[in-house]
Write a protein that binds this ligand. Sequence first.
Ligand code: NDP
Ligand code: OXD
Length: 338
Amino acid sequence: MALLLKTEAGRGDSWRRALLAADPGLDLRQWPEVGDPADIEYALVWFPPKGALKSYPNLKVIFSIGAGIDHLASDPELPKGVPIVRMVEPGLTAGMTEFVLMSVLYHHRFMLDYAEQRRNKVWREIDQVPPWDRRVGIMGLGVLGGDVAEKLVALSFDVAGWSRSPKDLPGVACFHGPDGFIPFLNRSDILVCLLPLTAETKGILDARAFAALPEGAALVSVARGPQVVEADLLAARAFAALPEGAALVSVGRGPHVVEADLLAALETGRLGAATLDVFQTEPLPPESPFWDHPRVVLTPHVASLTIAKTASQFVIDNIRRHQAGQPLLHVVDPDQGY
Ligand code: NDP
Ligand code: OXD
């Protein structure tokens, strides 16, 4: 049995060291030095070239280096019937919780406003809001969203979450499904998007919201005349469901958001601020208006990174389970796409 490793550029050696520390006897083939393709039974990959994974006739399991598997699902030639395992490991979870807490606290404590005051040499207090009066909404209550929710509750925020199936989490107002979406948005002063990218969640801040919005809720005009297309109008309605001046923390995937409508919502003040870690096009093109937007905090898709050491243990343990005939942990449901 051999494990194929294809990481992002520059991270291959640390993964190799970590995997061999977890299993010194491992037959590891580091892309592109694969050897005989027939030897490959497991693949641990991040953005493999489209069509590449179909070259391994004995491939039994595909492990994603990230929690998201959209980099695999978007491959039209992905071998059918081979299970995909998403990444669940403590380093990735801890990193995401740190990032979201940092972002929520940043908006909660008006740090963008204080940065602007500082640029203008203004010394002025802004009224402090206690955390129990700040409503934080988390889209996605899975491994990452669930941990974020728990830590925000511990900090005394008024926390809600939205998922596909019903949930019961201590201290969290849980909403689910299309009917729960607009009531959930209505009570999100700070909205965190931690959904996977699937056919259902692509453009989530418009289409599903539109279907559930009450009559008359879509009052934000994006006023872009003939350029307004239906998808844009729908997204404007989703933002319209948020409380005036809400902040968005977008750390799931770029295509969850229709970027033109996000800009419009920032312009009208419907959204007061946004932390954006993921974008429609990555790397973010130099001409993007987000680079210089005064109400945007921007990072280059680094909200959390998989930590090779802890993740390698997860992968090796899962391979051992598979070889022992036990069920794999954290297998993606192909029908749901996450
Ligand atoms: P999980 O699969 O554990 O959780 C996904 C959550 O989203 C679940 O609660 C699920 O609901 C919910 N969900 C999925 N589809 C829908 C839908 N149609 N409507 C409502 N809720 C839905 O994923 P993780 O928490 O591990 O990861 C989430 C995402 O975070 C990843 O897919 C990735 O895109 C992103 N990510 C980004 C990183 C970054 O650096 N920016 C780093 C790591 C991850 P239910 O519980 O009912 O199934
Ligand atoms: C992930 C990511 O999905 O880093 O893990 O984006």
